[in-house]
Design a protein around this ligand. Structure first.
Ligand code: FES
Length: 136
């Protein structure tokens, strides 16, 4: 298994999310958010299940309240730990999970289908906003 270092757990805001970009098997880019939980870290693809072009984190951290991620468009709330939504327009859906591991205060991407591209989101032109971690 190949694991890429994504961030230190200290980099994840206590309220909000840490945004990074991955490459999907088909070559497309996708955003992922890290959420600080009481006993660990969760990683979810950064889109709502009601309208999948709707980002939860628009670049400044997603809204998180009482352990739930809030969709900025219609306000559905997703459990930050399980990804499940039981309310509003996205009720009955679950966010798409991304496999990560936390070791010694560092968060690693362990999802075999995804390649780490860089911190931050995808720019409007479709390229990653940061290429500092790009490896060739
Ligand atoms: S787009 Fe997220 S609840 Fe509608």
């Amino acid at each position: 298994m190949c694991a890429s270092l994504v961030a230190a757990t200290d980099d994840i805001p206590e309220v909000g999310t840490y945004l990074f970009t991955v490459r999907e098997p088909d070559g497309s880019l996708e955003e992922v958010v890290l959420v600080d939980l009481e006993d660990g870290v969760a990683a979810w693809k950064n889109f709502c299940q009601h309208e999948t072009d709707q980002r939860l984190d628009r670049g400044n951290g997603a809204a998180v309240r009482d352990g739930r991620l809030i969709c900025p468009k219609h306000g559905s709330m997703f459990d930050a730990e399980t990804g499940y939504c039981d309310n509003g327009k996205a009720a009955g859906s679950t966010l798409v999970e991304v496999d990560i591991a936390v070791r010694h205060g560092q968060v690693y991407l362990t999802d075999d289908d995804l390649e780490f591209v860089g911190e931050g989101g995808i720019d409007d032109d479709g390229s990653p906003s940061s290429t500092s971690h790009l490896t060739f």
